[in-house]
Write a protein that binds this ligand. Structure first.
Ligand code: FAD
Ligand code: MG
Ligand code: MG
Ligand code: MG
Ligand code: MG
Length: 526
């Protein structure tokens, strides 16, 4: 999201210290899932509850079909139509509406807090034990420390956010119609600013433009000409994670529509009535007044994960990293590589580390070769004796840098529902297969070189991505480098998103909302 500056905090799922507390003969294993979003629900729908004692912990007792969230902001789709209660989807598992605030991986205990508004005083917190833990808490909107964002901007991440935006847009129009405002105030009220030109920001801008031009213009004739929509993007182009044809089409469409796109601009600060923007090229700072601003620049790590990552040695990263089986992390392995803590990796240390790493990350070697790190690969082949003679040392920073590269290229999937759902389904399949055959522990033991994984690695299948651009226009990147743009693509979008609904109930509701809009327009009451 937001141009993927940040990487998939979303989508990363790991069973923490899985496979270590095998207790054969003793009842079912306790399996706890954190989160009821794309990853969590996809896992839960497929996990065999006859084999595990499953508990779900999430502050939301419903699943949200996030791709349609932007449509909620302008009332094309109602909020309730894209939410499905967890208890409806899963009947044979325990659900606790609460937030996990601490993960104690050593004692396998979670500290949870009642997340509802109705609480029993003094009994907000409770503990939950687990044998296996699935972390699928997703990410949260990231302000990148920009002052004023939390106070004055809307986010577009949760269902409540979308509802608030919808209310706020209509509110701006109504306020702009009040008789005692000056023209300048009226203009500011109807200035909508979107920070972030990624898929979410762009889709929201497009939806907003549709709402204004198709519905509100006729309802608010006196002020309709004062409306401005501005997208502020830090990069050269909007939708820069998409094919350039789609990105170009979007920019041209916005230009025709009169949606202003300010590229190469950074927001320095958000004030109550304007954003302070710095143009990168000229260094000039300008104030852009707004009636409503939406902040959609990217995602960040949830505090509970940041805390947990520290305890498992994944310190300076934003993403809970996992291996190809969605467990553990490569960086951790290499932190341990410098056994004598000399600050450099002697050849033996390096070789030992590489051997372990190669076994876990078969692509590592291919990558290193391709990336002109050949010398690194060659070093592994030198026998320790030779190496001593040559007295080769490797700077840890250099080494880490190249590994960070490997990390980035190989394991970070985009932060999308598609990835999260596939990871959830993959893990459920692994867990379902686990107890069936005689199973040898494979966690840390495997790193020591004993035993092999029984499961194939997680493989992401990219099914393409859509970029709805408003006015029944849509861009799509489909598998096989196929790009399509236009009205027919919008119909493809409708059919894909209708079919992807998680239940017949939400499917019916969404279809009904679309049909309703077609005949009666969008509802403009707030
Ligand atoms: P989430 O779906 O965010 O789920 C996280 C869950 O964890 C939630 O239930 C949350 O309540 C819960 N939780 C949070 N904190 C805690 C805690 N401390 N303890 C327990 N539970 C907790 N992706 C696409 O592929 N296509 C799209 O078109 C698309 N459009 C999008 C549009 C918008 C507006 C947004 C915001 C996202 C969109 N995405 C899209 C991205 C997609 O929604 C995410 O990548 C996906 O939701 C990630 O799944 P997840 O399971 O990791 O996290
Ligand atoms: Mg989830
Ligand atoms: Mg979700
Ligand atoms: Mg979307
Ligand atoms: Mg609640």
């Amino acid at each position: 999201l937001g141009g993927l500056v940040l990487v998939a905090v979303d989508g990363d799922l790991i069973p923490v210290q899985a496979f270590t507390s095998t207790d054969p003969g003793e009842g079912k294993k306790k399996l706890v899932v954190l989160g009821t979003g794309w990853g969590g629900m996809s896992f839960l729908k497929q996990i065999d509850t006859r084999q595990y004692d499953v508990k779900i912990i999430s502050p939301r007792n419903y699943f949200v079909f996030t791709p349609l969230l932007p449509s909620v902001t302008n009332g094309t789709v109602e909020a309730r139509s894209i939410a499905e209660p967890v208890r409806r989807m899963l009947s044979s598992v325990d659900f606790y509406e609460s937030e996990c605030v601490n993960i104690d991986a050593v004692n396998k205990k979670l500290l949870c807090r009642d997340a509802s508004n109705v609480r029993v005083k003094g009994k907000e917190d409770f503990e939950v034990d687990y044998d296996y833990l699935i972390v699928a808490v997703g990410a949260m909107s990231n302000t990148f420390g920009t002052e004023g964002v939390k106070e004055y901007c809307h986010f577009l991440k949760e269902l409540e956010d979308a509802e608030k935006i919808r209310e706020s847009v209509v509110d701006c129009f109504e306020t702009a119609c009040l008789p005692h405002l000056s023209d300048e105030e009226r203009k500011r009220m109807l200035s909508f600013v979107i920070v972030g030109g990624g898929p979410t920001g762009v889709e929201f801008a497009a939806e907003l433009y549709d709402l204004v031009s198709e519905d509100l213009a006729s309802l608010y004739p006196s002020v309709k000409d004062l409306v401005t929509v501005t997208v502020i993007q830090s990069g050269d182009h909007i939708l820069n994670t998409f094919d350039h044809r789609i990105s170009k089409f979007a920019e041209e469409k916005f230009q025709r529509d009169g949606v202003t796109v300010k590229t190469n601009c950074r927001v320095l600060k958000v004030n109550e009535k304007d954003v302070l923007v710095k143009e990168k090229a000229t260094g000039q700072e300008v104030h852009v007044p707004f009636g409503m601003a939406v902040w959609s620049t990217g995602i960040g790590t949830r505090p509970v994960l940041t805390k947990f990552m520290k305890t498992i040695g994944q310190t300076d990263r934003r993403v809970l990293a996992t291996d190809e089986w969605l467990r553990d992390d490569i960086a951790y392995l290499f932190e341990k590589a410098d056994i004598d803590k000399s600050g450099t990796l002697e050849i033996e240390e390096f070789q030992r580390t590489m051997e372990k790493a190669r076994e876990r990350y078969p692509q590592l070697e291919v990558y290193l070769q391709r990336q002109k790190f050949r010398h690194v690969v060659d070093m592994v082949k030198i026998s320790p004796g030779d190496a001593k003679e040559k007295a080769m040392h490797l700077n840890v920073d250099e080494f880490k840098k190249s590994l960070a590269q490997v990390d980035k290229q190989l394991k970070l999937f985009p932060a999308t529902a598609q990835v999260a759902a596939q990871q959830g389904a993959y893990l459920a399949a692994c867990f379902n297969a686990l107890p069936k055959k005689d199973y040898k522990p494979e966690g840390p033991e495997r790193i020591r070189g004993e035993g092999r994984h029984r499961f194939r690695q997680f493989q992401y299948r990219h099914m393409g991505q859509f970029a709805p651009l408003g006015s029944e226009q849509c861009g799509a990147e489909l598998p096989g480098d196929w790009v399509s743009i236009g009205r027919s693509t919008q119909w493809l979008w409708y059919s894909v998103y209708a079919s992807k609904q998680v239940s017949w109930r939400t499917r019916a509701l969404v279809l009904f909302d679309w049909t309703k809009r077609l005949f009666f327009g969008r509802d403009s009451s707030r």
